[in-house]
Each structure stands twice: as C-alpha cells, then as structure tokens.
Design a protein around this ligand. Structure first.
Ligand code: ATP
Ligand code: MG
Length: 399
C-alpha cells in the first residue's frame, strides 16, 4: 500500500495554553529531527494533529522512527483522496482488504470537519460500510468491538482514510522539560533511568566516572554505546567523561573501607553538580533503586545528597529489578549493559560496605582529603564528547 501521510495523535489531556504550545513546538522539532534523513517529507500541524507528508518516502521506515518519539500517543498510515464519494468508497475498501489477518468485523468512523462536504458523518459511514459489506461477503459490522476500524476524516485541507492505529511511546517530547545530567555507568539501571527522564520530556546530558587503568577503554566504549542507544530516543547526548582514578586512589588510601563507596558517591555528586551548573542542567539523575544493593538505602542516599544542593532525581527508586530489566530489554540497552566489563564500582567494592552511613561520619573521614581541590581538578580534566544518533563504528580489536 502506498501511503501519503502519517497522521500523528498526541497530547496529554492535561496540557493547556502555553504548555501546550511548548509541547507542540518540541514535538515538531523531535519529529523533524528523527526524520532528518528523509529529505522529501514535510511535517505540518493543524488543530491538535500532526501530519507527516511522505512525498514518496518509505512509510514503514518513517513509522519505525516515530515509534521512538516521545509525545506521540499513536499514529496511522493514511491515504489522502479528493473529497469524492466514489473515491472514498474505493480507497476504504482497498485499505480494509490490506489488513492481515483478515478482520471478521469492522466499523466505519467518519469525522467531517469540512461542512461543505454534502453528506453528514453518519451518511458517509453508512455509505462506506455498505460498500465494504457488498464487496467482502465474509465480514460483519460490529460497532462495539470491531477487529478493524476504517477512519475517514474530511477536512478542508484534505480527506484522509486510515485503517491502522499504531501506539506511540507516549510521554512528553524531548526538549519540553529542561535539561538533566544523568550519572551513566555501564550497568542496567542508569540507562533505564535516563530513558525514563527523556520520556518525561527532558533533554539529557550524561556524566561518566572513568578510572583507568582499573577500568579499561572497553568499559568506556560500552558507556558511549549506551549513550548512543539513548540518542535514538531524542537527538544528541553530550557525554562528560571524568577522570576518577586519583580520587578513588586517595579515598582508598585515606578512608575506612566500609565508607569508601559512600565517600566515592559524595565525590561523584559534587563533581556532577559542578558540571550540571556549567551546562545549565537543573537536576541530576541516577539509576538507584531503594534496597537494591547495600549502598542504596535511604540513609545512604541522604548521606550522599548531603554534599550538594542540586536536586537528585531517582526515577527507578520504587521499581523492582525485574521491571527495570524489562524496560532495558525494550529499549535495547540490556544486551550492552550485561557485557562483563568492570566499572569503577566493581573494582572498588569493599567486603562490607556500611548500609546506614551517617553524614557526620563521612565528613570526618573526608577531613583527611583536600575535597575542594580534588573536585576542582577532576572538573578541569573532564572531557566532553558529543554522542550522536549516527551509527557508531565497532572497534574490532576491542571486542
Ligand atoms: P547501574 O546498573 O546503573 O550501574 P547499580 O545497580 O550498579 O546501577 P550502583 O553501582 O550503586 O548501582 O550505582 C548507582 C548509580 O550511581 C548508578 O545507577 C549511576 O547512576 C551512578 N554511577 C555508578 N557508577 C558510576 C560511574 N562510574 N559513572 C557515572 N555514574 C555512576
Ligand atoms: Mg553499576
């Protein structure tokens, strides 16, 4: 079937006024950005709907991309016809014939926004329904739970017919919700946390703490690959790579073993807050989930939060590991996340980390360190990379 237009439905019902404008503008930007490589398409918006005019571009390929645009609630491949009764009948029949498996029941739904059209919505539905019944002897009408719905929209700018409604990912368009800095490790959780923030409209930057030679170039490459996966849901992700070896070494030499993780986390937060400020990010986000590991208790989170004033968002906080893993499979980060490359925490795991750390204890242990100078130095040596949605080269000798 040759489609002319993809009709996009969107909009959280609660959005109103100025918020709605921002939402629509951000959605247009997102759609245009994921369809950049389709030169012929045109995106237009009209009365709470968006239309992607295909002008001959491959509808399947375009729809694959739209499945990853947050803010889209559903979309339909659509043909456009002249507002002519015979054409509407013929095209509707042709479209319902395409559906596999063959539907046993159907319904026609017509909306007539252009009142110049001589028949009412009801009359059009009846006319098209009769035509379909005459030509497909096996099919029946079911107005309540039909297996197929033929949608006809008669608008001033065109008459559109569609038979298929494909769910979009929902959420809010990336770019409508400010910027967040994601602490991205190589694990399962933090990419999911980043994806969930993007789903709520946030533009993401990522920060990764890298400790060569304890952590290899391969583990850093894995983090880049994970950031790349996230770009498929919304443009470029800037990745800040922080050299963390000196800080980890100093902590290991000067602080008691059971507080090492807590103190390391506090350094991560201090550095992240600085990088967030410098890049206009309004919050940090992590992949922590309550109780998942010894260091993810409320006491631990409070002790970590204590050193910064920027909000720390933890979108996975109340989720089970199995729910998190389900999402990571769906967003295609799981297979990468489970690759067995050490991250800075796996090489830095004390036998018995404290589960209820206290801020005053952490502060006391940090007195041995020149915290400000260490943070300053790490921030200065941080390197920014732009991870784009273009395919990444596989570095063969590393894998
Ligand atoms: P993940 O699966 O995301 O690695 P985790 O279950 O391994 O998380 P932790 O190791 O306790 O849990 O890390 C908690 C959070 O701290 C991570 O989700 C991530 O946001 C952040 N984090 C940990 N290590 C790093 C790192 N090397 N660079 C950036 N962020 C990190
Ligand atoms: Mg981890």
């Amino acid at each position: 079937m040759n489609y002319d237009v993809i009709l996009i439905r969107y909009g959280e019902l609660a959005l109103k006024g100025k918020n709605r404008d921002l939402f629509e503008e951000a959605l247009v930007r997102s759609v245009k950005s994921v369809l950049r490589s389709f030169y012929k398409i045109k995106v237009r918006r009209n009365y709470g709907r968006m239309y992607v005019e295909l002008h001959g571009e491959d509808s399947q390929a375009v729809m694959e991309r739209l499945k990853r645009v947050f803010g889209i609630s559903s979309f339909s491949p659509t043909v456009q016809v002249e507002p002519d009764e015979e054409l509407i009948k013929e095209k509707s029949l042709e479209m319902i014939r395409q559906i596999q498996p063959e539907p046993r029941t159907f319904r026609v739904e017509t909306r007539r926004a252009d009142k110049r059209f001589p028949k009412t919505s009801m009359e059009v539905s009846r006319m098209v329904g009769t035509h379909i019944l005459r030509n497909l002897p096996a099919i029946k009408v079911d107005v309540h739970q039909p297996e197929a719905v033929v949608n006809i929209e008669i608008r001033a700018e065109g008459t559109y017919i569609s038979c298929q409604t494909i769910p979009g990912p929902g959420g809010l368009p990336v770019g409508s919700g400010g910027k967040v800095l994601l602490l991205l490790s190589g694990g399962i959780d933090s990419p999911v946390a980043g994806w969930m923030m993007m789903k709520r409209g946030v533009t993401l930057e990522a920060i990764h703490f890298h400790s060569p030679p304890f952590t290899s170039e391969r583990s850093l490459e894995k983090v880049r690959d994970l950031a790349h996966k996230l770009t498929k849901w919304g443009g470029t992700v800037r990745l800040h790579v922080v050299p963390f070896t000196d800080i980890q070494t100093a902590i290991r030499q000067n602080c008691p073993e059971d507080y090492m993780i807590t103190i390391m986390r506090r350094f991560m937060m201090r550095i992240s807050e600085r990088i967030a400020d410098d890049n206009n990010a309004l919050a940090l986000a992590t992949g922590e989930s309550l109780g998942q590991v010894a260091s993810q208790t409320l006491e631990s989170m409070n002790t970590i939060n204590d050193v910064v004033s920027i909000p720390i968002l933890r979108p996975l906080i109340a989720m089970d590991k199995s729910e998190i893993m389900d999402i990571s499979r769906r967003i295609d980060t799981y297979e990468l996340s489970i690759l067995p490359f050490e991250d800075c925490c796996t090489i830095f795991t004390p036998k018995k980390p404290v589960t209820r750390p206290k801020p005053y204890m952490a502060e006391r242990f940090e007195e041995k360190l020149d915290v400000d100078a260490m943070v300053e130095d790490a921030v200065k040596r941080t390197v920014v990379e732009e991870i784009t949605s273009k395919p990444r080269e596989v570095i063969n000798d590393l894998f």
